[in-house]
Design a protein around this ligand. Sequence first.
Ligand code: GDP
Ligand code: IMO
Ligand code: MG
Length: 428
Amino acid sequence: MPVAVVVGMQWGDEGKGKIIDLLAENVDVVARYQGGHNAGHTICFNEKQFVLHLIPSGIFHKDKLCVIGNGVVVDPQALVEEMRQLEETGIDLEGRLLISDRANIIMPYHGTSDKGRESGSGFEKIGTTGRGIGPSYADKIARAGIRVCDLRDEAYLTERLRANYEEKQKVLKSLYGTELPEFKEMLDELMSYRETILKYITDTHILMRDQIAQGKNILCEGAQGTMLDVDHGTYPFVTSSNSTAGGACTGLGIPPTKVNKVLGVIKAYTTRVGEGPFPSELSDADGERLGKVGHEFGATTGRQRRCGWFDAVVARYGVHLNGVDALVLTKVDVLDGFKTIKVCTGYKYKGKVFPDMPADPVIQANCEPVYVDFEGWSESTVGIQDYDKLPKNAKDYISRLSELVETPFMMISTGPDREQTIQRESLF
Ligand code: GDP
Ligand code: IMO
Ligand code: MG
């Protein structure tokens, strides 16, 4: 029985939340494997809209287990707030939400450090979400992190927080002139969240192992996207975790031999929030139109997303890196009414054309996109559920994209709502 990984193929915000929510109907477990509350996954049904940051996108389906894996960094305050909001809308979390005891915690000093580095250091500004994601992962790798299991043992937690507090206080003061709140205040606040969270904490690796052994259907939910992966993305303008499919194994404790399928979610054009190279970015009326029609504002920070044409170099790179079996193409409806639609097929730099993604930030930032033009369509595709009902030019665009990225489109999304979807193949 399948374990499928759902991964973002661009710079995040591809519509993963919508697709995971939709697929969740036919699975038993939805498990987030990396990132933190930097993510914003939007889900729309029954004329309502929800944005999830930490809690997996299967939560709106009553009987599904939702796992926050060890690879996620958990801000207890953000988690408790999100749990409260969901409970307010009548969602029952008990027995369904399971938080890994091995996940690392985001502490207030991580946010201070994130914002300090962004505003006052000699490094490039990344345009982070300011949520403390990078510093928390940095502490994890430096073996200084505080983990969710530490909440079970107050004495150990106090000792570990003390060591961190003393170090961070000196560093943050000397680098950014920032004062941390009193130690006791920080500890008390953490302990206050502990009461709410404790009953949801478990060894999720054992849960995943048992669910796999029982032949359950499992969806591993990626946050961010391939180009934001810390190893494979547009470094240093990336997030601090492995958002690519391999992250599902390390971030959930699933052996690679148990993953059966990888599904990539990709927008019919491209967006990016924050700084960093974006070869097919548009700074003209077309870009403005994509942003306006596509409502391209960050689901977490509300920042305006940068917009550009579909980039087949990015897409092919993601297909190969993630081992994508099938793709889901989202936001096709946003292209309605464009006279000409362009697709980037290569990067030109100093007379040379790169068909593949170069590692060098200078090339990524200064290359010229090589475009192929497609004739647009004037008809509306909003809400279409049947592939044959799409305008001819939309079908041609989709089939050419599929050829360019050497991968079939399993689903096509024609609006934000669950219902606004063309299902061509089922996942399992
Ligand atoms: P995620 O981070 O990948 O889950 O994506 P976000 O939720 O941050 O951003 C995707 C945005 O596009 C959300 O506002 C969705 O409601 C919306 N959306 C998803 N699919 C479609 C679609 O096919 N058409 C349109 N117009 N909007 C969509
Ligand atoms: P979802 O899951 C889009 C971007 C930030 C910034 C960079 C690093 O909704 O697709 P961070 O706070 O992670 O250290 O910021 O990554 N970023 C996202 N962009 N969608 C996201 O998540 C993102 N999460 C982080 O804008 O450029
Ligand atoms: Mg998002």
